[in-house]
Ligand binder design. Structure first.
Ligand code: ZN
Ligand code: ZN
Length: 114
């Protein structure tokens, strides 16, 4: 019995350390290769509400994060999201492999077509 509990704890710790995660985008079905910082899909830019602070995976909302606008400053894009589930607004830095056309379109119009 004691061994089993210890094993579970060990597993939990291992999961916590595993920060590089691949996932399938729930919006467009794109297979996303995790980099350790990946918090959204590079193809459609939708994300998932899993963090309270960036990267902590501490939120249990799990709602879809809709990209609602983007801005460009100091050489990088920032994407503004609204959670479809709880309505929280979040800002993420765009990743290098994010779709630049969508980012540009969001900068111009405020919301992507889809
Ligand atoms: Zn996607
Ligand atoms: Zn949410």
């Amino acid at each position: 019995m004691e061994d089993e509990a210890e094993e579970r704890q060990e597993l939990g710790r291992r999961n916590f350390r595993r920060v590089i995660e691949d996932f399938v985008c729930e919006h467009c079905g794109h297979a996303v290769k995790g980099s350790g910082y990946t918090d959204h899909c590079p193809r459609c830019l939708w994300g998932k509400h899993v963090d309270i602070k960036p990267g902590d995976r501490a939120s249990d909302c799990r709602g879809a994060l809709r990209p609602i606008s983007a801005s460009y400053a100091k050489g990088s894009y920032t994407i503004v999201y609204r959670c479809e589930e709880c309505g929280i607004v979040k800002r993420f830095k765009a990743a290098a492999d994010d779709d630049a056309d969508i980012l540009l379109a969001m900068c111009a119009s405020g919301a992507p077509e889809s």
